[in-house]
Design a protein around this ligand. Structure first.
Ligand code: GUN
Length: 282
């Protein structure tokens, strides 16, 4: 083990401590931040994530309300709920937990959220603003990853950054945020030829593919910063990332653990976006 651990839990706790003070100020000024969380169906992972988000709101003094809808909910009903939340002055952030059941058009639903309340940063307006470097809500997981990279003291300008995964939620926005910091960015995906060779070029490697322990030690450049976004169960049922921790931690300079790395940062960034939205309201 040579890599230093990037303690996401500790970084998130520090950020949340700062937010708590800001929430108290806003609340005293009659502008308590409020988050509405919408969950459809009974995906057990979604249930855990939603509970964690509500719990964190309570800890920070952020008002939260949950809208748990059955899988049988229609698109029209869901759109109507979003319209009501868009108009509700108590609510500064609206989060629709993904994935939605297959009968619902995810993009149609996300597009209905007011960009001013889109604390997940998934609305095309916020995605576009991020792409061209305008202020807006940044998606929580990629924003959290950027904070973790900052912890290492690594300056990104001119560095080789490799993102494994091209999802709309993590891979694509992650690449944009790294580019904004002047990294030289490569995105890898399932059709990439010789993934190992591309990954070995990386000074900063972000793994966000959802394949248990895909990234192994021989795919990593000595001294690299390795950020593991994955949350998977391996064959033995153990919670593991997209990075094979035991082998990669022998080679990397820095590594995030799973759990306790990126996960807590995603929630911290959601809280930060919600507070930012309340500050910007009216
Ligand atoms: N599902 C997996 N990650 C996320 C996220 O960051 N936000 C929402 N709303 N759903 C998710």
């Amino acid at each position: 083990m040579s890599a230093k651990i990037i303690d996401g839990k500790a970084v998130a706790a520090r950020i949340c401590e700062e937010l708590k003070a800001k929430v108290a100020e806003l609340t005293a000024a009659g502008k308590q931040p409020g988050l509405a969380v919408v969950i459809v169906g009974d995906n057990p992972a979604s249930r855990v994530y939603v509970n964690n988000k509500k719990k964190k709101c309570a800890e920070l003094g952020i008002y939260s309300e949950e809208h748990a809808l059955p899988e049988s909910v229609t698109e029209a009903e869901l759109l109507d709920l979003i319209d009501r939340l868009n108009r509700d002055p108590k609510i500064h952030g609206i989060l629709v937990q993904l994935p939605l059941p297959g009968n619902l058009n995810e993009q149609l639903i996300l597009d209905r959220i007011s960009p001013a309340k889109d604390v997940d940063g998934f609305h095309p307006v916020n995605v576009g603003r991020m792409l061209i470097g305008l202020p807006g809500f940044l998606p929580c997981t990629p924003a959290g990853v950027m904070e973790l990279i900052k912890e290492t003291g690594m300056v990104l300008a001119g560095k080789e950054c490799v993102v494994v995964g091209r999802s709309n939620i993590v891979g694509k926005p992650q690449a944009i945020l790294l580019l904004r910091e002047h990294g030289t960015v490569t995105i890898c995906h399932s059709r990439t030829k010789d993934l190992g060779a591309v990954c070995r070029r990386a000074d900063i490697l972000v793994a966000a593919v959802g394949k248990a322990e895909l990234i192994t030690g021989e795919m990593v450049k000595p001294g690299a910063v390795v950020i593991d976004v994955g949350i998977n169960r391996n064959a033995a049922g153990k919670l593991v990332g997209d990075v094979h921790f035991d082998s990669v931690s022998q080679v990397a300079g820095w590594i995030t653990p799973v759990p306790g790395g990126v996960g807590p940062m995603t929630i911290a960034m959601l809280m930060r976006n919600t507070v930012q939205s309340a500050e910007q309201s009216r």
